[in-house]
Ligand binder design. Structure first.
Ligand code: ADP
Ligand code: MG
Length: 232
């Protein structure tokens, strides 16, 4: 499906929040690498997709009404067998229905468990004065508690992408701290520039969060994506 179709379909259903699957499809079309993610609408389908993708896999609730999937008990990682996938499917639906009885649930997304990397995030929000602003930071508690992030106004130049990565306090982690492999920083710069172009070309996108992206010594992959549209 092309970008506009994804956005139009969400709007026609009166939704401003895209599902993870839709958001990943959008950013994939923008040239970013995402974890291959498929929708399962039954337990049997989740198991068969898991078998096709190859274990271990991850299951997540697919709902346009659940913004933070793990807070709702909606994420199960590292599932190694069909049996574990089946149980995770039931557990996720049970937990989410209990926490958000009103939520529309499409099913679950099934994706490969990505190999560990350094978690980074790229976000976009719109400032009343400056318009779209990109944020970069390290993922997990570093962003939530320490707020170790940098910002630049869209559109970004190459130099902005370069600087915003290097100015966070956690930058030494990306360079390979204490014997860890250094991450491919040039690739992260390209990612940031691709997100900047995507944002420029899609003014209907109000907010974007790639949280987290797993960064490696040879590239990076987004394992979660959240897109909020402007009011239709
Ligand atoms: P949410 O942000 O909505 O709670 P995420 O999709 O970000 O849900 O999943 C929560 C966490 O689970 C992520 O921050 C990441 O650490 C881990 N995770 C998610 N998807 C994968 C994946 N495909 N492979 C490995 N780890 C993952
Ligand atoms: Mg996330």
């Amino acid at each position: 499906m092309i970008e506009q179709d994804i956005i139009d379909r969400a709007r026609s259903e009166g939704r401003n929040l895209l599902t993870e699957i839709e958001a990943k499809e959008l950013i994939k079309q923008a040239g970013l690498t995402v974890v291959d993610t498929k929708l399962a609408v039954s337990k049997e389908e989740a198991i068969s997709i898991g078998q096709q993708l190859g274990f271990p896999v991850v299951l997540k609730v697919a709902s346009p009404d659940v913004v933070h999937k793990s807070d709702a008990g909606g994420v199960k990682l590292d599932l190694k067998t069909s049996r574990q996938v089946g149980k995770a499917y039931d557990d996720i639906l049970g937990a989410v229905r209990q926490k958000y009885p009103e939520a529309r649930i499409q099913g679950v997304s099934v994706q490969k468990m990505a190999r560990p990397g350094i978690e980074v995030i790229i976000g976009m929000s719109k400032d009343a004065q400056f318009g779209p602003v990109l944020m970069f930071g390290l993922g997990g508690i570093l962003v939530e508690i320490l707020k170790d992030v940098s910002f630049r106004i869209v559109p970004l130049a190459k130099r902005d992408a370069r600087e915003m990565i290097r100015e966070i306090k956690g930058y030494p982690l990306l360079e390979g701290y204490r014997g860890q492999e250094p991450v491919d920083v040039a690739n992260l710069e390209e990612l940031i520039l691709k997100v900047s172009s995507f944002v420029e070309q899609n003014p209907e996108v109000k907010e974007l969060d790639l949280n987290p992206i797993f960064a490696y010594s040879d590239g990076a992959v987004a394992v979660d994506a959240r897109v909020v549209l402007e009011e239709g």
